[in-house]
Design a protein around this ligand. Sequence first.
Ligand SMILES: C[S@@+](CC[C@H](N)C(=O)[O-])C[C@H]1O[C@@H](n2cnc3c(N)ncnc32)[C@H](O)[C@@H]1O
Length: 397
Amino acid sequence: MIESVTVPSPHRVPAPCPYFGRCGGCRLQHLDYPAQLRFKEKQVRDCLERLGAAADFELRPILPAPNAYGYRNKMEFTVAGGGGATVIGLHEADRYDVVLDTERCLLQSEAMNALLAEVRRQARERALAVYDQESGQGLLRFVTLREGRRTGDRMVNIVAAAPDVESLQPVAEALVAQVPSTASVVLNVNAKKAAVAVGTEEHVLVGRDHITERLDDVTFQVSANSFFQTNTLQAERLFTLVEQACELTGGETVLDLYSGTGAISLLLARRCRHVYGIEVATAAVDDAIRNARANAIDNCTFLAGEVRHVLPTLIREGVTAAVVVADPPRAGFHPKALQALVALAPARIVYVSCNPATLARDVGDLLRQGYRLEWVQPVDMFPQTPHIEAVARLRRA
Ligand SMILES: C[S@@+](CC[C@H](N)C(=O)[O-])C[C@H]1O[C@@H](n2cnc3c(N)ncnc32)[C@H](O)[C@@H]1O
């Protein structure tokens, strides 16, 4: 722990958020934005050179985010306390038992902050019971806010321990009255001990069961439990970069590994013959199929299952692909999935990574299997946090 700062770094800036230092959300607010970018860029280079033994590649300058604050389209807050002293906010850093009463979060929009304030006011005024992790008693557990940046739609998802629609309906109506762009207020019921903001049953309290968001010219239906990129504006730029890296001419078959709700597949579908998306979460696959239909995109096939199982099956069925895009979770590729990718032998691989260490490990393996790393471009999706995204383009030698 730092006790005092004797000589401040020239890059130290006053953190604008009053919760900075305690809140687990942002850890780099005290570093000016250009220094944050240099820090992230250096980590990508260090990982690739030291862990991946990659040498002869172009490290493109990191792509800064268009907004250093207010960029998140989704925030998840925990409810704690109780009675008139209900607190709703983010956890203290490394303390899952301490919740800060976050009156305003600088990573979300002012409309989302207005919704957060109204939920808190309603919970206190109505003295709604707060769930207690120890006893398993009480109602309110989490509040998740979502916003369609390109559409202006907003969603409040109240996660509670019981389907108490009667108590929560008036809260939902007050939220819509306060922020009229609120297109959806839903109740997700999680009666289990596990402290997760995902329910096993959902009740629509007001409006629709989803909001809409646009990336480029593709419209997505985003439900309470759907995965969707949390920084819309920077996701558009990230996916434009992916599209350019694919160098599509119209006739290719493309594989989108770890395809989530299909954002990359649907954006690439306009530029190639066919896209196969592979994703383990069946709910995400359902969303991808629904979004393809809603956008009249009929050249995508979404397959549910682990890449290490589904990819070898596709290969056995005779599918070949000129281009593979992969956007794995932090753990990167499973060795069997990487082995299948090498067996498929696409001419180009566009690897989107949220963890430079596993990117470097997997790139190292691909280099040994006859691929050349052409360029890597870090992309800052999450200013004020240490998270780093990068796109790497590999070509079969
Ligand atoms: C970083 S996200 C990709 C998101 C996607 N590109 C999008 O924008 O919707 C990683 C995805 O990999 C999925 N996943 C994790 N392990 C997997 C596996 N072994 N096989 C297939 N998909 C997996 C996760 O469910 C998640 O949707």
